[in-house]
Design a protein around this ligand. Structure first.
Ligand SMILES: [Zn+2]
Length: 277
């Protein structure tokens, strides 16, 4: 039987949880660089990065890395340029500290059937050899890597995991759930990055996140010295490649015609950052 004092205690406890839950949600809103959209960021950055770094090494161990020195060098060079551009952009907006713990890595995975690329939290990039014929050259590769790195600096992974946490526990129970089940966030990380069954294959980003990554990606490639106008023919090649069943890199993205139109509208903004190489 619950005494009056017991009920009071439960009520106080409930109110405390409500307050913590509400505070957590207020404190956990971040703003996406360049677009200014508010996004939910519930997973502590340090936790996310350590999970990401572990999973990235595990993935590389399981994968066959390309031993084509020219292609590997191209991936590294374009990647470093995009990473530098990201750091400059973040610095220009007074947000350098947000990516100061990034440990950039760019690896080419030997898998001609996978037309895909990814960037895990903290700047861990994987490019599959299958996307190289579509990229054709450095410029095409810069479209791909600009887009993937944009997902990372916009912290879309944390947002997806946060949405998953909220859906599973709701705002109130979240702080309790996080402290009492430490495995939850790593489970969600595996789900968000599809690392359970399909290694390295991302679950779909939302349409908003995709458009955002396109916009930021164009700016990053332009700042790194790659012509952002090349994004249009790249996506046209990607669409052709689609055929009946679109490749993974494409299947998670907006409808082809919509995307080309959106990209065309974004080119003038990106051109302001383009000074050539
Ligand atoms: Zn994307």
């Amino acid at each position: 039987m619950t005494t009056r004092r017991g009920r009071k205690k439960i009520f106080q406890c409930f109110m405390a949880m409500m307050t913590i839950g509400a505070m957590l949600l207020i404190l956990s809103c971040a703003t996406v660089p360049l677009t200014g959209r508010k996004e939910l960021q519930l997973v502590p950055e340090s936790q996310l990065l350590s999970m990401s770094f572990d999973q990235y090494s595990a993935l590389l161990k399981k994968s066959k890395l390309s031993n084509d020195p020219e292609k590997v060098a191209m991936v590294r060079e374009v990647g470093k340029g995009i990473a530098r551009a990201s750091e400059e952009v973040m610095r220009d907006y007074g947000r350098a500290s947000e990516i100061k713990n990034y440990r950039w890595a760019f690896n080419l995975i030997d898998d001609d059937k996978t037309v895909n690329a990814f960037c895990m939290p903290g700047g861990k990039v994987g490019v599959y050899t299958g996307i190289l014929p579509v990229a054709q050259d450095e410029n095409g590769l810069a479209v791909v890597m600009g887009h993937e790195v944009a997902h990372a600096i916009a912290k879309h992974g944390n947002e997806r995991m946060s949405q998953g946490l909220l859906a599973q526990f709701g705002g109130v129970a979240l702080s309790v759930a996080l402290s009492s089940h430490p495995g939850i966030t790593s489970d969600l990380f595996m789900q968000a990055y599809g690392l359970g069954a399909n290694v390295g294959v991302l679950l779909p980003y939302s349409r908003v996140q995709e458009s955002e990554a396109d916009r930021i990606g164009l700016i990053l490639m332009a700042k790194a010295g790659y012509d952002p106008r090349e994004a249009i023919p790249f996506w046209q090649r990607m669409n052709k490649k689609g055929g009946g069943r679109p490749p993974e890199f494409l299947s998670t993205h907006p409808a082809p015609e919509t995307r080309i139109k959106q990209l065309q509208a974004l080119i003038p903004e990106a051109m302001r950052y383009y000074k050539g190489r």
